[in-house]
Design a protein around this ligand. Structure first.
Ligand code: SF4
Ligand code: SF4
Ligand code: SF4
Length: 159
């Protein structure tokens, strides 16, 4: 019995040791512990962009084929951990361009990331050298359109 209790708490704590990207409607990361008891996971099917996946029982975002449009649907489907009133202006990640693989930095004309960014968050210095600016909300829309996979988003902890 003693060991079963310990295992339960280990399971509860493990997902928070590493940082992930989360749907932008939570108040506190610890609230995701409620997800372990949520068997249906309606937030996943509510996302039309199919970017929510379950990791260790908790919903996280993957920008493999699309990004987040802040549509509120995951929050409406949940209402307990994700709530519309908790809506954040930014996803808990930092976006960066790897200049070593970016076509533009290597003097080929490419505006794929800038074209898809609705936030005007990618500035070019002349024809080349795209820079992610302060308007970026880490929505992830630019990631899958980059032909050389030069854009990555790193989760930020503590949000
Ligand atoms: S975020 Fe809400 S709907 Fe999604 S798994 Fe957690 S409790 Fe369930
Ligand atoms: S806000 Fe919309 S697009 Fe973003 S994760 Fe939630 S359901 Fe998906
Ligand atoms: S630069 Fe930022 S705001 Fe613009 S598409 Fe990429 S992740 Fe979204």
């Amino acid at each position: 019995m003693k060991y079963a209790r310990r295992d339960f708490f280990k399971r509860l704590i493990k997902p928070f040791k590493k940082s992930y990207l989360y749907p932008p409607y939570y108040k506190d990361r610890a609230d995701f512990s409620f997800c372990l008891k949520c068997s249906e996971k309606p937030c996943v099917s509510a996302c039309e962009n199919e970017i929510i996946t379950i990791n260790d029982g908790i919903p996280i975002l993957k920008f493999n084929s699309s990004g987040c449009v802040f549509c509120d649907e995951c929050a409406k489907a949940c209402g307990k951990v994700l709530k519309v009133e908790n809506k954040r202006e930014k996803i808990n990640g930092e976006v960066a361009i790897d200049a070593s693989v970016c076509l533009a930095y290597n003097e080929s004309v490419c505006f794929s990331c800038q074209d898809v960014c609705e936030y005007d968050a990618i500035s070019f210095e002349g024809m080349f050298n795209p820079i992610i600016n302060e308007k970026c909300v880490s929505c992830g829309e630019c990631i899958s359109v980059c032909p050389t996979k030069a854009i990555e988003v790193k989760p930020c902890g503590g949000l």
